[in-house]
Design a protein around this ligand. Structure first.
Ligand SMILES: [Zn+2]
Length: 162
């Protein structure tokens, strides 16, 4: 890989680490000419490796741009937050999909994973995303109005009592 500072064609890898839970490798590179040090991250490209079933019975490559837009759309209550984090959230969805699913995805796989990622980041965005994509989100909807029946278990309640 060439240098990002002087475009010299030789850089050497000075440190490298594979992620333990994701298919990715982090590398620190140094330019042999100007000494600039920079980091690269190697991971599978879903756009290159993964096909998605369409509603018309065809297949098309995974589209990160489409996912970013659909995530940003879920932030109508907070558009600035959407602009700031849509890319990062979409990349998290992409990484999660690459570790959990084979090379052929359904739109439902993508929607379900996106919903889970959004829910851990912004509950309102997750609800708006689910509504827009007509997802059935039993837990969070049913919980409203009947909190005593299905109130969330707090970490202290979950630990075994001795
Ligand atoms: Zn250089």
């Amino acid at each position: 890989m060439f240098c990002i500072n002087c475009f010299h064609e030789n850089t050497s890898v000075t440190n490298s680490r594979g992620h333990k839970k994701q298919p990715s490798v982090w590398r620190r590179r140094a330019c042999t000419e100007c000494g600039t040090v920079f980091t690269t991250l190697e991971k599978p490209s879903l756009a290159q490796n993964t096909q998605v079933h369409t509603n018309h019975g065809t297949k098309e490559p995974f589209n990160l741009g489409q996912l970013i837009v659909s995530i940003a759309d879920a932030f109508s209550h907070n558009p600035n937050e959407g602009k700031k984090y849509a890319l990062w959230l979409a990349q998290t969805v992409e990484t999660t999909l690459s570790t959990q699913h084979p090379a052929l995805l359904t739109p439902e796989d993508i929607e379900a994973t996106t919903h889970v990622v959004l829910k851990s980041f912004d509950e309102v965005a997750a609800i708006q995303y689910a509504a827009k994509h007509q997802l059935i989100i039993s837990a969070s909807i049913k919980r409203r109005g009947r909190p005593s029946l299905v109130s969330p278990v707090r970490p202290t309640d979950a630990s075994p009592s001795r």
